[in-house]
Design a protein around this ligand. Structure first.
Ligand SMILES: [Zn+2]
Length: 73
């Protein structure tokens, strides 16, 4: 847990990973930086509806994005 940029002091609550955003997450973005992480590592960012596109775009432009899936709630 707590791979997200924010502190994550509410482990039961799935919040958007975007800085300063406190909206409930609706999307799970899986990603890996191949220069930092070996192939067994997968990182996750959670995103709300507003930030799913910009965060996916950010990761996609760097070639880090592995998958994007709706978050089951
Ligand atoms: Zn957000």
């Amino acid at each position: 847990m707590s791979e997200a940029p924010r502190g994550g002091d509410e482990p039961a609550d799935l919040r958007c990973s975007a800085r300063g955003c406190t909206a409930a997450a609706t999307t799970d973005l899986s990603w890996r930086n191949p220069r930092l992480h070996d192939r067994s590592r997968t990182k996750h960012w959670l995103a709300c509806d507003v930030h799913a596109d910009p965060l996916a775009d950010f990761l996609g432009r760097r070639g880090f994005l592995l998958s994007r899936a709706p978050l089951a709630r």
